[in-house]
Ligand binder design. Sequence first.
Ligand code: SF4
Length: 186
Amino acid sequence: MVFNIANIKAFSFLDKYIFNFINFLFPIIILWGKIFGIGRREIERSFIALNNYILTHKNIKVEAKDLLVISPHCLQLATCPHKITHDINNCKHCNQCTIGPLIDMANRMGFHFRVATGGTLARKIAKELRPKMLLAIACERDLTSGIQDVYPLPAAGVLNIRPNGPCYNTTVDLELVEQTIKQFIK
Ligand code: SF4
């Protein structure tokens, strides 16, 4: 991991092994966490932060058109009648939730933006659009499994904010999303 973070090219062949090793260790780390009183969410947050840190230090940069940003359906206002999972253009930009501003950001910066109801749809969208990089907005659990699922596709994560509890009228720090995207586009 030190070689990876230091971006020492000669050791880049280790990337796959390091990632597989982390995946292998993950359930053991969760178990240790239980023993030492560290919650699963905290460990997942560390995994996401470390993953983003490695991607940044590897200086991964793609064209905006090759970046796919996926957000969970719970970011949409629960009472919104517009179906955006099949077509985000159905959003009326009333800005009562963060979907409208995220679409505006995608149009302004040129990346793809989609809303997915779950991991299966997210994987289907990624297969169709064939991005070179993914940025997912989700909770700790979904980000951790999503980053592991799509490997070797580089995937960064931004945590959603859940003022109403999980999976209901969630939101996201739009400034943080934009900052994170800027780190990864040319
Ligand atoms: S911004 Fe779009 S998705 Fe959100 S509530 Fe308004 S119309 Fe619905």
